[in-house]
Design a protein around this ligand. Sequence first.
Ligand code: GDP
Length: 366
Amino acid sequence: LAEGLQCIGCGARMQIDEPEHAGYLPLSALRKQIDNDELLCQRCFRLRHYNEIQPVELTDDDFARLLHQISATRALVVYVIDVFDVTGSIISGLPRFVGQNNPILVVANKVDLLPKSLNKQRLKQWLQGVLKEQGIQAVDTFLTSAKKPQNLDELLEKIDELRLGEDVYVVGVTNVGKSTLINRIIKSRTGIQELITTSRFPGTTLDRIEIPLDDGAQLVDTPGIVKRDQMAHALSEKDLKFALPNHEIKPKTYQLNAEQTIFIGGLARFDFVNGERAAVTAYFENNLMLHRTKLANADAFYDKHAGNLLQPIPAQGNTLVMHEFRTSEKSDLVFAGLGWITVPAGMHIRGWAPAGVNVLIRKAMI
Ligand code: GDP
């Protein structure tokens, strides 16, 4: 399929086999781009659509070393992600780091934030598809909420079943709720508190927390990887509390005409540039006020109301950066970590967010 195609960004020959080399694009993305008539390799795609900021996957060589140590052993990798911020949860190259042969169990946390009516089976399939595009093949996907874990025993059974007597390493980026989950696991095992030992990963300055399992193996909690392109880094502590969801989000649906704009507080903006009149559905914290206005007036509206009617605003001031997309299927326009807007196929849209915050398009979750 990639034969004879070139990236319009860097001119490299497109290829689907070697992620480390020029011109790489996963097959599914290549298919999509051919449909959209816009051929960009993964690197150029990110440059163009992600505001030139390559997400920093690992802030620390230590972390690479740590993950590499996992690859040198036989273990089950429990990879915790946040269902509300799947992109922000991605550790790219995870399978390479932890070893191709070590199974990965994906624990999708914070399901309490999604509408209860959601079909859980479909959500799992959707998640596996998204992860697969990132090269992550999970042996299983488990949905949970570390805040109110009704199915913690089930999770522990699943872990026991998959680890085949080996150690378990729990990995994840920061803010996905890994610590909350680990704490629940510790509490659920009475008397285990005193047994926790902290030690260092050999050759690094990173701590490991070891929780003994019944057969002498260990469940090892690893430090969270800091990802910079999360909304969490673009907001003050107080605004974060206000803007990020704590409870089940109530989707809001709008009938929009072309050339209309929706502001998401003062933090993000959605432009419907062109397309048939359509229903779009917004998934954000219920606190955040959404304001609809005309696209032609949107800049002036923001200048006038940012910080009062439109609240909160980014910690770094009022500039929002624009990202442009065309949808070829029912898609989510994602403001990484803040929420998303589901739009039908055939729309020309723009998403605006604070600099450094990922804005991207994905196959619709719901
Ligand atoms: P870590 O950095 O991955 O260890 O994440 P933490 O355990 O510190 O959690 C990050 C934030 O997410 C905290 O504000 C938690 O209260 C919140 N959190 C963790 N688990 C859940 C969950 O299942 N649902 C919801 N709604 N919030 C959660």
